[in-house]
Design a protein. Structure first.
Length: 431
């Protein structure tokens, strides 16, 4: 006979509000903006408040305020792998300067934003015309307007058309080149000029001249990026005055927020029954969401305060980073260390030394009570003073300074500093 027992168990469960706060802490500012925008769409009791300034404004402000002050090996740039003006912007500028009518320019700009990353127009032109409510002839004119732009080949629908567009931009092109592109592109790729000669009846010298012309063309004349410059937007900046006082500036003006929707609140007061219950749920959710954003901000301000307090000398440009542990920070704030870890991941700060992830300021304490960053600096100094030293010799030199590390750890740090091995350094010196 099966024995049935009743047991009382106590489990800890986070409230929905606390789960929301922890989730918001894990989001960087861009992700937070997306989350807030979605929340406003789902909850009519929330009102979306757009940012007062753009990240581009912040980048310009930083460039104006700071000029240099960077040290070797530090991360410093606000822009990530993008030029100030994208190719799309250049093409749009060409359209604006053309003498085309406004309707054609408008439609051509639409085509520009449908181009592939290699600059090809891969949509069906007739379907494009129907979707935009224009005639096929109008769509064709807009496409031709795009294809007239520089670099030549933009807006092509095939490799053959791309190469032909480039040929048309040149003067004194042998007409045979067009025939070879349309009919013998594969043969050119294989280098089978004899077959081309048999089928065209053209002289081999003429064929070679055309093939050389075609091979100088590009099947992808440009690389398009539809997005403008991407920016790292720091959570806050740390500024020092001439007396060595540090100030923490949060960049709230550069990101959206939300507030209770006054119209929905007034409407909810007139509702009854299920509609009133729904309105109360939305208002309660809105209040909870606003509080979660405020708690995120409050937690980030506390973490920022600890970073600046502990690394005060670093922000003044005087010393390296000192050890700072996540668990100690969590105990001081009265929260779990996993919450601190979530809060610093993917977040940045900016100071006169550059742009850094917050996690950079949480350094392990190695032997001798120095931080990982300081040990790397010492290794770099040792290698600069004598580039013949092996990893074992560097390890021994560190021990003389009261820092005990394994040779393997020294080799890892040296590699992270992009310092080659002693063998490679000695070989380069001999050469």
């Amino acid at each position: 006979m099966t024995e049935t027992r009743l047991e009382v168990q106590q489990t800890q469960k986070l409230s929905q509000g606390l789960q929301t706060i922890i989730h918001l802490l894990s989001l960087d500012l861009n992700e937070l903006s997306e989350y807030m925008f979605k929340a406003v769409q789902e909850n009519p009791a929330l009102e979306y408040v757009p940012p007062r300034k753009s990240p581009q404004d912040y980048a310009m402000q930083v460039r104006t305020r700071y000029s240099g002050g960077r040290r070797s090996g530090e991360e410093t740039d606000l822009e990530l792998a993008a030029s100030p003006e994208t190719d799309i912007e250049d093409l749009e500028q060409q359209l604006r300067l053309s003498r085309l009518d406004a309707d054609t320019v408008h439609l051509a700009r639409h085509i520009l934003h449908l181009l592939s990353s290699r600059g090809y127009f891969t949509e069906d032109l007739d379907a494009f015309a129907v979707e935009n409510g224009v005639s096929p002839e109008m769509a064709q004119r807009a496409l031709e307007a795009v294809q007239s732009l520089e670099p030549a080949g933009i807006g092509a629908r095939s490799v053959e058309e791309c190469l032909e567009l480039q040929l048309r931009s040149r003067q004194s092109v042998d007409p045979l080149c067009y025939d070879l592109i349309r009919l013998h592109l594969l043969d050119i790729g294989k280098g089978d000029l004899r077959r081309i000669a048999r089928e065209t009846g053209a002289a081999m010298e003429r064929i070679r001249h055309c093939v050389d012309t075609i091979r100088r063309l590009s099947p992808a004349p440009c690389s398009l990026h539809s997005e403008a410059v991407q920016y790292i937007m720091p959570e806050f900046s740390v500024e020092a005055d001439h007396e060595g006082r540090l100030t923490i500036l949060f960049h709230n003006d550069y990101y959206p927020t939300f507030r209770p929707d006054a119209n929905f609140q007034r409407l909810s007061e007139t509702l009854t029954g299920e509609e009133a219950a729904y309105a109360r749920r939305m208002l309660s959710s809105a209040t909870q969401m606003i509080r979660a954003v405020e708690m995120r901000q409050s937690t980030m301000e506390k973490i920022a305060g600890i970073i600046v307090r502990e690394q005060h000398a670093y922000f003044l440009g005087q010393y390296s980073l000192i050890p700072l542990r996540i668990d100690e920070t969590a105990r001081e704030l009265g929260i779990h260390e996993a919450t601190v870890y979530r809060a610093i991941q993917g977040k940045y700060l900016y100071c006169s030394r550059g742009t850094f992830p917050l996690s950079y300021f949480f350094q392990k304490s190695l032997s001798g009570g120095v931080s990982t960053a300081r040990v790397k600096e010492i290794i770099q100094e040792i290698c600069q003073s004598d580039d013949r030293l092996s990893d074992r010799a560097i390890t021994e030199e560190l021990q003389k300074r009261g820092i005990t590390l394994s040779r393997r750890t020294v080799a890892k740090y040296r590699s992270q500093l992009e310092i080659s091995s002693s063998f490679t350094r000695s070989t380069n010196r001999k050469e």
